[in-house]
Design a protein around this ligand. Structure first.
Ligand SMILES: Cc1cc2nc3c(=O)[nH]c(=O)nc-3n(C[C@H](O)[C@H](O)[C@H](O)COP(=O)(O)OP(=O)(O)OC[C@H]3O[C@@H](n4cnc5c(N)ncnc54)[C@H](O)[C@@H]3O)c2cc1C
Length: 281
């Protein structure tokens, strides 16, 4: 197993902020991962880091990033099987090449399958868990395969326990044509063309029932509002953009301001979608 010391947290997340991670472990086998989890009192798993923000300063909680041995994509019978470290991009590229349809709604979402399952990532009306048949994971009790009907998932919540590390999953796909799959992927990518660019974590807040967090934040007059190096995007108010100098404290302060202003104006408590870690893990 690879072990990296003093890793700059900026390099592991798309928000590109945070302090120094004391140790990042990179297991390459299920056995290594099982032993590691059994040995660690607390840990945090990182995938593509597109929904995660690490704290400033020294991060002493161990961080686990699955090695490339967990990034395979292929078919098992008529189900698509992919490892927890496979990127959604590599899964969609496999589907386009091999003419399998059903997962195109994931196009343009950065990160890994493990992160996507934990977040139940997707569009406003569909999450990746809707396509899952079963999930292989390792937790304190060892390696299990859990059928989807036993997983209590919901909107932007995969329904997994805090110590579960997702190592693989099987998803439903249907035969199609490469051209049709590529064109559906392209149409989902087009919808994301107008999203803000730069260092960010995608949507910071979940949409409250019947409303859109970005709309509420905009109506609260916060578009363009800045604290330190972190700013509410002028393009999409549910995005925070790091100009390259933001600390996690700047982002935290901005999130807190948004929550207070939206509560004052609309009486709605916004829930964070992004995972901001602290050392109380
Ligand atoms: C530009 C941009 C656009 C985005 N668009 C969308 C969108 O359209 N829809 C959407 O839903 N999201 C979107 N996101 C958010 C994010 O991309 C998704 O939530 C993504 O699925 C997170 O995957 P990740 O591997 O980067 O997760 P990470 O940020 O690495 O981790 C997210 C969570 O998953 C956990 N985790 C990671 N890997 C594993 C594993 N193997 N086992 C168990 N837990 C694990 C982490 O501990 C953490 O709690 C966007 C983000 C960005 C930056």
């Amino acid at each position: 197993m690879k072990k990296f010391r003093s890793v700059d947290a900026c390099e592991l997340t798309t928000m590109h902020c945070g302090g120094t991670i004391a140790v990042v472990y990179e297991p390459e086998t299920r056995e290594e991962l099982k032993r590691l989890i059994a040995d660690l009192d607390s840990f945090f798993v990182i995938g593509g880091g597109s929904n995660t923000i690490f704290p400033d300063g020294l991060i002493t909680t161990a961080v686990i990033r699955l090695g490339q041995a967990f990034a395979s994509v292929g078919m098992q019978g008529d189900l698509l099987q992919a490892g927890g470290a496979a990127t959604l991009r590599s899964i969609l590229s496999y589907c386009a090449t091999n003419a399998f349809t059903g997962l195109e709604f994931l196009a343009g979402i950065p990160g890994t399958l493990g992160g996507a399952l934990r977040m139940n990532a997707g569009t406003p009306d569909k999450g990746v868990m809707d396509a899952v048949v079963d999930v292989e994971l390792i937790d304190s009790e060892g390696l299990h395969t859990v059928p989807v009907h036993e997983i209590p998932y919901g909107y932007r919540c995969g329904g997994f326990g805090p110590r579960a590390v997702i190592t693989a999953a099987r998803l439903r796909v249907e035969p199609g044509t490469s051209q049709e799959v590529a064109s559906r992927i392209e149409s989902f990518l087009q919808r994301k063309k107008n999203q803000p660019r730069g260092f960010n974590s995608g949507s910071m807040f979940k949409n409250p029932p019947g409303s859109a967090a970005g709309h509420l934040i905009e109506q609260a007059g916060l578009k363009g509002f800045r604290i330190g190096g972190a700013k509410i995007s002028e393009i999409h108010a549910n995005f925070i953009i790091n100009d390259g100098s933001a600390t996690t404290a700047d982002i935290r302060a901005l999130l807190d301001t948004v929550k207070v202003r939206v509560r004052e104006r609309f009486g709605i408590d916004l829930q964070e979608e992004v995972k901001i870690l602290d050392e109380r893990l």
